[in-house]
Design a protein around this ligand. Structure first.
Ligand code: S3P
Length: 179
């Protein structure tokens, strides 16, 4: 495979479902690796001045996905970052191509049970505001896990693990020139 960025400056990109800990772990990793941390949902909220739920309300999921693709293009326009993506950012073919081109991809592989524990009381995620969030998470798991696995340079199970340990473990497993 050919990369257009020197290996040691490539972004480290965290992918995985809602509640897998992408933001928490990304933040810790960025500090330890002395890299800038960016979170695509936060970036979108800052740029628009409203939260994700409001964007879904006004523009629907398609409108949000458009903003998400633009955010990824912006964030991946620079190197040397740790980037936490939204759970659905792997859906569009154009995003998949960009993610692969612009970074080393780490998949946080999380069970639906663990997601449920973390997201039980969540009010911020539009896709979970349904009568049966577990069923929704299971459906998303079945649809998206194969995509996460296909894109991942490194896949790591997150269940029953403390964020700091997990971040340290991921760093250990990164290629030497990214540490
Ligand atoms: C989504 C995940 C969310 C956010 C939006 C849609 C998804 O991000 O982008 O609510 O489609 O899985 P997190 O994965 O950070 O929760």
């Amino acid at each position: 495979m050919r990369y257009d960025t020197p290996m040691d400056q490539r972004n480290i990109i965290l992918i995985g479902p809602m509640g897998s800990g992408k933001s928490t772990i990304g933040n810790i990793m960025a500090k330890r690796l002395n890299r800038e941390f960016q979170d695509s949902d936060h970036y979108i909220e800052e740029r628009t001045g409203v939260d994700i739920a409001r964007i879904f309300d006004i523009e629907g999921e398609e409108g949000f996905r458009e903003r998400e693709s633009n955010a990824l293009r912006d964030l991946l326009g620079r190197n040397n970052r740790v980037i936490a993506t939204g759970g659905g950012s792997v859906l569009r073919a154009e995003n998949q191509k960009l993610l692969k081109q612009k970074g080393y991809i780490v998949f946080l592989d999380t069970s639906v049970n663990q997601q449920m524990q973390r997201l039980r009381r969540d009010k911020k995620r539009p896709l979970l505001q349904t009568d049966n969030p577990r069923e929704r998470l299971e459906k998303l798991f079945d649809e998206r896990r194969p995509i996460y696995l296909d894109l991942a340079d490194l896949a790591i199970k997150t269940d029953k693990r403390v964020a700091r340990r997990l971040a340290a473990d991921i760093i250990n497993r990164l290629p030497d020139n990214l540490k």
